[in-house]
Design a protein around this ligand. Structure first.
Ligand code: ZN
Length: 156
């Protein structure tokens, strides 16, 4: 278990395409544990591997309902829309308004490399979209309507 350094906007690693995970290794298991530790320590709801400098298609999410690990996730269905505040651990102290689908279905592997289909609504749908975009080198700031604004550090 270890806390890793969270890369910030401006770091090139956040603009790169991540590679698919082909097999689960001890090293990748450690990475996933470290990503969860790092996300909880920073009070985030999600973290993607490039945010800790690793170009692999791995995401961790916890919207307060327990940890979810996504490996090679793909969005296979979306519907509806929601417009609301979004932030990112790589853009600390800022938030902006982003419109996202309100429902998202994801095909992914779990940490045992078993295929799963996950569905999310509301915040979870938003987290799926936000984190999966990190794997293709995109940040939410590209989608913000209007300006980024300053926020107080969040409790959760
Ligand atoms: Zn982010």
């Amino acid at each position: 278990m270890a806390i890793r350094e969270i890369r910030r906007m401006g770091d090139e690693v956040l603009t790169k395409q991540c590679k698919e995970v082909t097999k689960m290794t001890i090293r990748t298991k450690v990475l996933i544990e470290d990503m969860l530790d790092t996300m909880y320590e920073a009070c985030g709801v999600g973290l993607a591997a490039p945010q800790v400098g690793i170009l692999k298609r791995i995401v961790v999410i916890d919207i307060g309902e327990g940890p979810i690990v996504l490996i090679n996730p793909k969005i296979i269905e979306t519907s509806g829309s929601q417009t609301g505040e979004e932030g990112c651990l790589s853009v600390p102290g800022k938030a902006g308004i982003v419109t996202r689908p309100n429902y998202v279905k994801v095909k992914t592997l779990n940490e045992n490399m078993e295929e799963m289909i996950l569905e999310g609504e509301g915040l979870l749908a938003r987290a799926f979209c936000h984190e999966i975009e990190h794997l293709d080198g995109h940040l939410y700031v590209e989608k913000v309507e209007g300006e980024l604004h300053d926020v107080e550090p969040e409790e959760e």
